[in-house]
Each structure stands twice: as C-alpha cells, then as structure tokens.
Design a protein around this ligand. Sequence first.
Ligand SMILES: Nc1nc2c(ncn2[C@@H]2O[C@H](COP(=O)(O)OP(=O)(O)OP(=O)(O)O)[C@@H](O)[C@H]2O)c(=O)[nH]1
Length: 471
Amino acid sequence: MSLRTKFMLALLLTGLAAVAMVGGLAYVGMTKKVDTIRREQAAEHFHSVVTAYLQKYGSWQASPGKQGFDEFMQSGEHPPQLSDGAQDEERRPPREEGRGPQDDGRGPPRGEDGHPPPRGEGAGDRSPPPRGEGDGEGRRPPRRGGEPPFRFILADQDFKVLLGAGVYQHGEALPEAARKDARAVSVNGNVVAYVSPEGVITPSKQELQYLAAMREALWYGVSGAAVLALVLGFLLSRSLGRTLGHLTKAVRAMHGGSLLQRVPVEGKDEVAELAAAFNDMSEKLARSHEELHESHQTILAQAEQMRELSVRDALTKLHNRRHFDEQATTLFSHAVRHKRPLAVVIGDIDYFKKINDQFSHATGDAVLRQVGEILRSHMRLSDLVARYGGEEFVIAFPETELPQAAALCDKLRGIIESFPWHQVHPDLKVTMSMGVYADLAAGTAEAMLQKADALLYRAKETGRNRVCFAA
Ligand SMILES: Nc1nc2c(ncn2[C@@H]2O[C@H](COP(=O)(O)OP(=O)(O)OP(=O)(O)O)[C@@H](O)[C@H]2O)c(=O)[nH]1
C-alpha cells in the first residue's frame, strides 16, 4: 500500500472516528437531556395538579376520588402550566382506563386516524397495558397521535396506591423500588400523598422525529467528514507524496551513481526541511566524492609517474636496465613459445671516456642523450631499447631475424656516426660498436645478452664503429 493511500485512509478513519464519537456522544447526551427535562417538567406539573386537588379537598379520601380528579384536571382549576409542549399536553384531560387516548376532551376518544383505538392499542402506546383502575392520572393524552411517554402513580401517605397508572391496583402497597422515586405532596405542612413516576420513558412521536432528524444530521456529518477527509487526504498526501517521490527518485539515482541530486524544497515544514537537508547532503557527498576521485586520480598518476621513473633512465629517458631485463625475459618466453625470432643487441659508445675527458662530462651527457634519442626514434613500438649503464645501450627486436637486426644496427651505427656532432662541440666525433645475437638456443634472454656482449667485445677488438653478429 502506497504512503499516499495510507495517509488518506488514516485521515478518513480519524475523521469518521471523530465525527462518530462527537456525534454519538452528542446524540446520546441530548436524548438523555431531553428525557430528563420532559420527565422533570411532567413530574412537576402532575405534582402541582395533585397538590392543588388535594388542597382543595384536604385529602384524597375527602375528595371525589379518581372521577373528581379527572374532572378537576378537565376543569382547568389546577395551577397554570409553565410553558412547553408537555404542559400543553397536561392541559388536556386524562383519559380513563381502557378508553384509549383522547383529544382535548371535547370529542370522543380517537386514534391517529380519528377512530377510537382499541384497548391498549393507542398509537405509540408502548407502556405496559393497564390492569387496574385508572390508567395513571399523570398520563397525558397523545398529541398528534402519540401516547404519553410516561405516567405517574399516586399513593397516599402510607404508600397505598390511589391511582395505579394501569400498573398497580387501587389500594395495593407501592413497592419499595417505586417509593424511592416518590415525591411527597403536602397540604398544610402534612404529607398527604406521594407521586411516583412509572414506566420506561418512551419518546413521543415528535421526539422520535427530533431524534431521527438528529440521526440524519449525524449521518450527514459522517458523510461530510468522509468526503472532507478524502479530499484533504488527497490534497495533503499529494503535496507530501510529491516531495517524498522526488526524494525517493533522487535516492535511487544516487544508488545508480549520480551523487549530485536536487529535489524541490516547497514550504517550511519538516518535509521541506528534509528535502533541503537532502540537497545539502547530496551536494556535500558529491563534492567529497569528486575530491576523493580527484585525489585518487592524483595518487594513481603519481604512482604511475613513480613507476615510470623507476623504469626510466633519468638522463636519456630511455628505459633502464631493470625494466629491460624484465621485459626481455617476457619477450624471450613469448618467442620460444610461439617459435618466433628474437634478436638482442648491445651497443657501446667508442672511446667515451675520451669524450668526457676531452670535452667535459656535460658534453658526455649530451652525447648520451642524443644517442638515446637516435635509438628511440628509430625503434618500432614493439622494440625495446634501454640504457644498460654508463655508455652502454641494449635493444631487443621481437619478430626480427638476425640479418634484419644486423642491418638495422648497422644503419643505426651509420646514423650515429654521421650525426652533426660538431653542433655539440666543433671537434666532437661519436661512433658506436654493436654486438647482435639472435639464437634462442642460448636458453635465456640474459644468456643471449651475454652472447651479444661477446660480439660487442669482438667489435671493439676489431676496430670499433662496427656491428658484429652471430646466429
Ligand atoms: N658523461 C658521462 N659519463 C659517463 C656516464 N656513465 C659512465 N660514464 C663514463 O663513461 C666512461 C666509460 O669508459 P670506458 O669503460 O673506459 O669505455 P670507453 O672509454 O668508451 O672505451 P671503449 O668502450 O673501449 O671504447 C667512463 O669514463 C665513465 O665515467 C654518464 O652518465 N655520463
């Protein structure tokens, strides 16, 4: 599940839970409150009617009883009611046991449809069916088709039932449970009766309509909250998801090797802070990686330079003896394995000591550099040339038979001899003697070189400035 979906679901559930909790609590609280107010008002009214009635006669026993009470109720002699719907109901005369609900007392008992309802079937009558005399003098006739939601029991000062509200028989003792809620009716300071509510509070039709309207409003609230949560979730998750999407994409790109990434920084919240920090880190990481790479390259270059220096002769820039020995061994192995020709050469500048002595050591160095350059510039890439030490040079010609090697060496000898050395020094003359050997049967590159050295010796012995060779 994507982060966006989770976020929207979380908002949706939170919104629904909040509305359900607040709406539910409000619904239950209001229902209870309405019931309490109705009960209190009805109780207050019934109590005041009973008080007025008993004050008129002094006591129930002295009064005309239920009949008289009903008439008293109808006569309107009792104190005026406060002012609410329940009191309007109370002004209407009570109906007698078994008569069903009545209207305002001027017509016959009617049900909702205007016909007399059957016993115990009054519209909205959810109270227990009447079983004794009197149906509860506090029971109010229905208003617009509703049975009163509760009724009252009237008992004398000894809790003997006078009016049983259809629940208790006349004269029976009021149970302890009912006495608990009983309210005393006093006449001249003496308790002459008790009034006790009876039955479960049953909402009237109008109240049921109120409650239905509340439930409907609650559902509207829940639906509105759901839509709002979805819209908000969509909008918020879009902005949140966009930045996180950029970050995820950037991190993936970094994993792919592109360390320098930038994501848009929108707003000033934590996500924006995260994006800014990411940009900063990415930049630092890329920079340090770049620096690391550069220093790595520098180290590699230096290492290569050092390696190159270690295999090069400082004066002539040709390879040195160590490098030649290593490479010559490799070339020899390759030639043997592939049965390919290989020629090795040793060249030595003639009378070089004299050059040093006669023209200076610096001139000697210049001669060495120039001879090195002549040799290097006439080699193929596959050839190997090196300064072997002092005024000695060595060459390895892979893929070269003795005649070609000897001819090339003689050519080199001629080039050295004919070089305009007078440019270095007017009286300077330079020649080179060479020994060339090209028989792999010598066994090793070193052995071949020794053979070439012997031939060089012969060249020196036989007059110098010449090439001696042998297969
Ligand atoms: N200028 C200079 N001289 C060097 C260098 N290396 C060696 N030499 C000199 O080269 C000279 C070699 O002399 P020898 O070995 O007697 O050989 P040669 O004088 O060439 O005589 P032949 O080889 O018999 O012709 C020595 O005097 C070394 O000091 C160098 O790098 N620079």
